[in-house]
Design a protein. Structure first.
Length: 395
């Protein structure tokens, strides 16, 4: 059996909304449907009935996204009922996992035209109540927030594995002796690059605002922040000697992203030039408390599979869960030119809607390669509970 070439024809995303912000009134299944419909509408030559499957990443799935949000998106977007959909969960890597699974189906000949993406509404993530062990408990019951992080943790898990995500970032900062100033400087650069990219219109070709919502740009970008302003923020996780703050970490967000993934036959049916070709991917595991360093080995393996090295990279979208986490990864890739990393800003400024972020990164790399005309790009994320995921694209 021959392996088919896999192409990304187009990629779209919503502006990323802040927690409780402009997109907080929009259901996650509606956000997902919006980017699916926008993607199909942008390729009028393609019969929507030709879409073989829809893969969507979703990290929580505990609220309005609970009934296979990929299938809900298909139906709400008005695609034919013959188009199926499947939802995947690799926590923060879910959106990229959806792209990788879609690419794998196309490469193996199981599909020719696939939509892949991700969605998350952290604003609308519900509180959940565990069922009592017996009927009619007399005592108080605890509600658990599903917005972010550990909840209902298995008591057999070692305590060092289940630290808060921010404490995990502090552990990476300890490991690589990353100062508060270095982390704040990284965060400031993220905001500056994102603001500049928006001002230059670099996101105009991929961002599709949600109709009826007054949001045309990523909501968390702080154009006027400074090292002085960031320095005033208190550590969020360690009171004594802490370096991780709300200013040098990604915020809580809402948003969705989607990509059109095809083989040669599908490409002809779209009548479009592809943005990029998918070359290789890799996933790896690491100690859960050091999840921030998860991409280190995944990136090396993905590049090796693609027959490429760090010197070949034109652009590299590394998800900025925390400045400490990103800087820790960069410290372990001395061969990498940091100038190619997140050239249009990263998640600290743009936002990190968990299940959508990986799809946003893959789409961003594809658009940047198309703008450059040629090159090799890479998208990678750290993942809670200790994983790393990476995807190599080429044009």
């Amino acid at each position: 059996m021959s392996i088919r070439d896999v192409y990304i024809v187009d990629a779209v995303r919503t502006p990323i909304g802040k927690f409780g912000g402009a997109l907080s009134s929009v259901r996650p299944d509606d956000l997902a449907a919006h980017v699916v419909k926008a993607l199909v509408d942008r390729t009028p030559a393609l019969d929507p009935a030709r879409v073989d499957d829809v893969y969507f990443g979703d990290a929580n799935g505990a609220g309005e996204d609970n009934r296979d949000v990929a299938r809900m998106a298909v139906l709400l977007a008005g695609l034919p009922t013959s188009v199926p959909g499947v939802t995947v969960n690799r926590l923060c890597g879910s959106g990229l996992e959806a792209v990788i699974q879609a690419a794998r189906a196309v490469a193996l000949g199981d599909a020719s035209v696939v939509i892949a993406g991700g969605v998350e509404s952290m604003s609308r993530a519900p509180w959940v109540l565990q069922k009592p062990e017996r009927a009619f408990p007399a005592g108080h019951q605890q509600l658990h927030s599903t917005t972010l992080g550990w909840r209902m943790t298995n008591p057999r898990m070692p305590a060092e594995w289940t630290v808060a995500l921010g404490e995990g970032a502090e552990l990476v900062a300890d490991k690589h002796a990353l100062t508060r100033e270095a982390q704040d400087a990284f965060a400031l650069a993220s905001h500056q690059k994102a603001a500049e990219a928006w001002a230059k219109g670099l996101y105009d070709g991929e961002v599709v605002p949600y109709e009826g919502v007054d949001l045309v740009r990523d909501e968390c970008i702080r154009d006027t922040t400074s090292m002085e302003a960031l320095a005033k923020l208190k550590p969020s996780f360690r009171r004594e000697g802490g370096t991780v703050t709300a200013g040098n970490a990604s915020p809580l967000n809402d948003g969705a992203a989607a990509l059109l993934v095809v083989d040669e036959e599908g490409l002809r049916e779209t009548g479009r030039e592809p943005l990029a070709r998918i070359r290789a991917s890799a996933v790896t595991g690491i100690e859960p408390q050091l999840f921030g360093l998860g991409p280190v080995e995944a990136v090396r393996r993905a590049l090796d599979k693609a027959g490429r090295g760090f010197a070949d990279l034109t652009t590299f979208e590394l998800n900025e869960a925390f400045a400490a986490q990103s800087l820790g990864c960069l410290a372990e890739w001395p061969e990498l030119d940091p100038a190619v990393v997140n050239p249009r800003g990263g998640a600290i400024a743009i936002g990190h809607p968990l299940g959508a972020s990986g799809a946003r990164l893959a789409g961003a790399v594809a658009h940047q390669l198309a703008a450059a005309g040629s090159g090799t790009g890479l998208a990678a994320l750290c993942i809670g509970v200790g994983q790393g995921l990476a995807l190599v694209l080429e044009r």
